[in-house]
Design a protein around this ligand. Structure first.
Ligand SMILES: Nc1ncnc2c1ncn2[C@@H]1O[C@H](COP(=O)(O)OP(=O)(O)OP(=O)(O)O)[C@@H](O)[C@H]1O
Ligand SMILES: N[C@@H](CCO)C(=O)O
Length: 309
């Protein structure tokens, strides 16, 4: 294979109760990238559309991840890379993760598929470190594996794919402000009380049980975050109003997508999700802040090939 075009999905990390441990992949929203093998032994980013990002391969995490993987594999080719961002960095929808996961997937194909998805996740986590200072796995593993994922352990890295109940829909409202993941991590408490920890891990258990049994009400009751959301929601204008609008219009639950500012809601059917979108939208329309909003199914596929030669 000499050339590959891939699609890498947007993702929702944390899913309320599972900070750094849970993620899901969205259908339809994501980045595309083209990787062309060259005979030059250099890596170049030749085109970037959709976001203002560096072309320097030591600054753009696509270049950073590609360089490390090429060196480790002793690759005997160079690369020309085109990046088409489908959503903005700093949105809470895993922009850096879509780039990092997509790069590892494409490189694996061009190298003859030497790596497992868990090994690719480890490489993609280096991209996350370059973006925000932490080797987080939730967005990148959701992008690579698709569906719902649980990071059962960071060391050694263990990713568990969870079932996706067929009627689940995601609504995502993205206020047009940028929150850097690094900044959103810096506001977090260094310690949590035992009481909060018990509530949180009980909800993670409830959510996972709900996914396995397609118990939508249990999923809804488990979408609670008593540790991260109370601190981070202060960074997101009108968070409570939008969350309440989602729940009052039938959503199972709602919370912060990743590090924010995107607010996500889960609903049991497309009809409910449409109603939830309408009410979240009309709540934000009164704020004077620009935003975008969409509904999505959960993608069970993750990063995929668009075409290859
Ligand atoms: N290819 C790339 N795609 C996205 N961001 C990149 C890329 N290369 C470098 N960056 C830098 O990474 C930072 C974005 O990372 P950050 O984690 O804050 O956003 P994010 O990935 O959209 O957040 P979240 O994971 O919450 O959705 C920005 O400073 C951006 O310039
Ligand atoms: N779990 C990470 C995701 C960042 O995209 C966080 O919430 O900081």
């Amino acid at each position: 294979m000499d050339k590959i075009k891939i699609f890498s999905p947007a993702t929702v990390a944390n899913i309320s109760c599972g900070f750094d441990a849970l993620g899901l992949a969205l259908e339809g929203k994501g980045d595309e990238m083209v990787f062309n093998k060259t005979t030059t032994n250099t890596i170049r980013i030749t085109k970037i559309e959709g976001a203002n990002l560096p072309y320097n391969i030591d600054e753009n995490l696509v270049g950073i991840v590609a360089k490390i993987m090429m060196q480790d594999a002793n690759a005997n080719f160079g690369l020309d890379i085109e990046i088409y961002k489908g959503f903005k960095p700093g949105s809470g929808l895993g922009s850096s993760a879509a780039s990092a996961a997509g790069t590892t997937f494409a490189l694996n194909e061009l190298l003859g598929k030497p790596y497992t998805k868990t090994q690719l996740t480890k490489y993609a986590m280096l991209g996350e470190e370059a973006a925000c200072g932490s080797q987080i796995a939730d967005n990148v593993s959701a992008a690579l594996f698709g569906g719902f994922v649980l990071i059962r352990s960071y060391n050694p890295l263990e990713i568990v794919s969870l079932p996706v109940p067929k009627d689940l829909f995601v609504t995502a409202l993205h206020p047009q402000i940028e929150i850097k993941t690094e900044d959103a991590r810096n506001v977090l408490p260094k310690e949590v009380s035992l009481k909060s920890a018990i509530t949180q891990w009980s909800n993670v258990g409830g959510l996972i049980s709900g996914l396995y049994t397609s118990d939508y009400d249990l999923i809804g009751r488990s979408l609670q975050d008593v540790i991260v959301e109370p601190v981070r929601k202060k960074l997101i204008p009108h968070f409570d109003a939008v969350k309440n609008a989602a729940i009052n219009s039938g959503a199972l639950g709602a919370g912060i997508s990743g590090a924010g500012p995107t607010i996500f809601a889960l609903s049991k059917s497309e009809v409910t999700a449409k109603n939830v979108l309408k009410n979240m939208q009309s709540t934000y329309e009164n704020t004077g802040i620009d935003f975008s909003i969409f509904n999505s199914k959960i993608s069970t596929q993750g990063v995929r090939i668009v075409n290859s030669e």
